[in-house]
Each structure stands twice: as structure tokens, then as C-alpha cells.
Ligand binder design. Structure first.
Ligand code: ATP
Ligand code: MG
Length: 311
């Protein structure tokens, strides 16, 4: 018997690494005369973390909405694990795609635990009558749901706050709670829309680790972020949307090095402006060279003049 040592350990039931989980083809979304997303193709494979970046208004969130049944694309098709997605968001969740929102959407007056339990409803078989009659099946299912919800809170680091009201959590923890709630539906693909918005650098770093841990559980991740350090550290592939169209897709180095991306989006050098010193050096060298040339010109003139005088 041979053992493939190159295969990553994934959670039981997760598709083999490299299998296409999400396959979006030619997705177009128009709002009246505005084409927010235009013919976008994107795949996410199992075991992958894929980034989606682009300027404000590029169509990133709209594209997510097309993947989650919130919008029905004007054109194009989205398949999840080979099947065309249903047109209702709760059915998309049941099929295995979960998401978080750019503007946090929690039940503010419910506890942290209750918020996660809400996220489990697509996975519980107990129906209306079972809930009303509260028979043994219901209690068993409820106990199991609570256990799983607590596991997830442990996983995101919020177990100690299970009984707190969601609205009393600091912003960064609300984002973590959204992730726990999304995970409660036991997804095969998790879509994160700006998961570190409003977080401090430590929280962002912790979120990076959390996303790696989610990937290691066998859940593929598609993430929108404006924090380029976060994106380029995290993602196996990055796609860039500009004015609704995919400009380029590739690994971090390819995307960071693409002149069109720099011109359309990245613009400024990354973090702490590491290129600034270099740019200043080049500028100084150019200035020195220019004055050197000017002096040389002067000297030439002088010499010529001298020669004139010599004559
Ligand atoms: N429901 C809607 N009706 C009309 N226009 C919309 C709707 N949703 C989004 N748009 C428009 O579509 C374009 C893309 O918006 P979208 O929110 O997808 O951008 P984004 O890339 O997520 O931007 P940001 O980085 O600011 O979140 C924008 O011009 C926006 O105004
Ligand atoms: Mg957005």
C-alpha cells in the first residue's frame, strides 16, 4: 500500500484537496443601467483560500450576493460542488455556502450563544411540531446544537462570552461571532466580506490565524478585504475586480507585481511605505546626476570658452 504524504489532512467528509467547490461562470449583475459585475469567472477549490480585492464600488459584495442567492445574476451560472445554486439564500446556506456581511448582521439583543444557535437552523432536522411539543427528539437535538455551538465559540475564542448580549461585544468580537454563526451551518465554503474591517493589528493577525484554521478544517474560503497585507499573507490565489470586471487572477506575487493592479488599485506601496526610502534615493541620485550634468555642461562651456580665450 502506498501513502500519499503530499495530501493535506482535512476534516472527514471534506472533498479531496483541489476539487472545484465553487464554479462561477460569466456572472453579470445589472441594476438598471449600471453593470455592477460583468462576466466574472471564478473558481474556488477545496483546501484553498482565495482573495477578492478591488477598489470601492468594484462589485465585490455584489458578486458575493450573486453567490449566496441574495441576488439572481442577470447572466451567468454559479455551481457549488457541481450543482447549480438554488435561487434562495436559505437554500444556498443549506447547500453548504455560508457568509459573513460587510455590515455586521447579528441579533443584537440575543446572546452570543443564541446567535450561533440561529446559524444552526439549516442543520437541525427538528421541525415545527417537534419544537412545539418539545419531545425527547427535540431535547436531544437541542443539546447537540448547544454543544456544537459552544465548540464553535471555543474555536473563535468567544466561549467565555457565550451569555453576553451580542450588542455588548466589542466590534472585533462581533466579527468573530459572525464567523462562528456562519460556521454553525457546517459549510463547505465560507465567504467573508471584509472580516477585519475596524479591527486593530492584533485582532487582524488573530483573524488571519482563524482563517487558516478554518481552511485546515476542510472548508474552502473566499475572502474580500482591503487590507492587502492580510490578503497577500493569507491567500493561495487573488482575483482583482475593477469596475465589475476581473482584471487579473493569480498568486500573491503575480498580482502584487502586475502594473495594472498597481495603477488601478494598489497605487501606494504596501505598509509603512517601504518603497519611499528607495524612491527618495532614486530622486536624490537623479537630482545629483542632473546637477553633475549641468556642471559638466558648464565645464564644457568654460573649457570651450577657455579654449576660445586660449586662442
Ligand atoms: N442593490 C443595488 N442597487 C443598485 N446599485 C447597487 C446595488 N448594490 C450595489 N450597487 C452598485 O454596484 C456597484 C458595486 O457595489 P459593491 O457594493 O458590490 O462594491 P464593493 O466592491 O463591494 O465596494 P466596497 O469595497 O466599497 O465594499 C456600486 O456602484 C454600487 O453602488
Ligand atoms: Mg463591499
Amino acid at each position: 500500500m502506498t501513502t500519499d504524504t503530499t495530501t493535506k489532512d482535512t476534516a472527514p467528509g471534506a472533498p479531496a484537496p483541489g476539487t472545484t467547490v465553487l464554479d462561477a461562470r460569466g456572472v453579470t449583475m445589472r441594476f438598471g443601467g449600471l453593470t455592477a459585475v460583468n462576466g466574472v469567472d471564478l473558481t474556488v477549490n477545496s483546501g484553498e483560500i482565495v482573495g477578492l480585492i478591488g477598489p470601492n464600488g468594484a462589485g465585490k459584495t455584489t458578486f458575493f450576493n450573486c453567490l449566496t442567492g441574495l441576488y439572481i445574476p442577470t447572466e451567468g451560472e454559479v455551481r457549488f460542488k457541481g450543482k447549480v445554486l438554488p435561487a434562495k439564500s436559505f437554500k444556498v446556506t443549506a447547500a453548504g455556502i455560508a457568509r459573513t456581511f460587510q455590515n455586521i448582521r447579528l441579533f443584537a439583543n440575543m446572546t452570543v450563544l443564541e446567535n450561533v444557535l440561529v446559524g444552526r437552523h439549516t442543520r437541525t432536522k427538528e421541525g415545527f411540531w417537534s419544537a412545539v411539543l418539545r419531545g425527547p427528539g427535540f431535547h436531544k437535538a437541542e443539546a447537540h446544537s448547544r454543544e456544537r455551538a459552544m465548540e464553535l465559540l471555543e474555536f473563535v475564542g468567544l466561549a467565555a462570552k457565550a451569555d453576553h448580549l451580542a450588542r455588548n461585544l466589542p466590534y472585533g468580537e462581533q466579527r468573530k461571532l459572525e464567523i462562528a454563526r456562519a460556521l454553525a451551518s457546517e459549510p463547505g465554503l465560507l465567504l467573508l466580506d471584509e472580516p477585519t474591517a475596524g479591527m486593530n493589528p492584533q485582532e487582524t493577525r488573530a483573524t488571519e490565524e482563524l482563517v487558516f484554521a478554518i481552511r485546515d478544517k476542510g472548508i474552502a474560503v473566499l475572502v474580500i478585504e482591503h487590507d492587502m497585507r492580510f490578503i497577500f499573507n493569507l491567500c493561495d490565489r487573488v482575483a482583482v475586480l475593477v469596475q465589475g470586471e476581473k482584471l487579473i487572477e493569480g498568486d500573491s506575487a503575480t498580482v502584487q507585481g502586475d502594473e495594472r493592479v498597481v495603477a488601478a488599485y494598489l497605487g501606494e506601496p504596501l505598509e509603512n511605505d517601504p518603497g519611499a526610502a528607495e524612491a527618495a534615493e532614486v530622486e536624490a541620485a537623479e537630482a545629483a546626476q542632473a546637477s553633475e550634468t549641468a556642471r559638466a555642461d558648464d565645464t564644457t562651456t568654460d573649457t570651450a570658452a577657455g579654449k576660445e580665450n586660449d586662442r
